[in-house]
Design a protein around this ligand. Sequence first.
Ligand SMILES: [Cu+2]
Length: 174
Amino acid sequence: MRFYGLTLAASVAVLGACAGGDKSNAADTVGVATDTAAAAAAPAPATAPAGAAGAVTPAPITGTTHEVKMVGDAKGYRFEPANITVKSGDGIKFSTISGGPHNVAFDPATTPADVKGQLDANMGPDKLGELSSALKMNPGESITISFGNIKPGTYPFHCTPHLAMGMKGVVTVQ
Ligand SMILES: [Cu+2]
């Protein structure tokens, strides 16, 4: 009864910020003017593209931000409302009311492949893992997820710590 099916994939979110342009040796130009062979070593391309390969840019909320409460009390653990319909571009603010920690997690196995990357990017910082938001412990703490650039569909979600207690919901994106 007290079994928490909590698999904390202790994921370290490595935000690859590779800053390149270190030009500290500008004063050390020795000026070796060898005009023999074309010994000019090809300069390494120091311009890293803004969006590294594989990284998806979060899509902002451009519409309405809806509210869903995350509750745990004598009646059980639940999202209120558990079923919510939004438009692509809307957002949902999931707020802890009681009974935390809670989070919002979509199942990578059932989330369409062409939605995963964008939805994962839209779920905010400190995620537990792919499509699994940060935990929110205290009343007043919240997670806001953007459904910007998310195609219409039905997206089941759950709270990772309380999945076994049936804390689940469905977002329908129109
Ligand atoms: Cu929960």
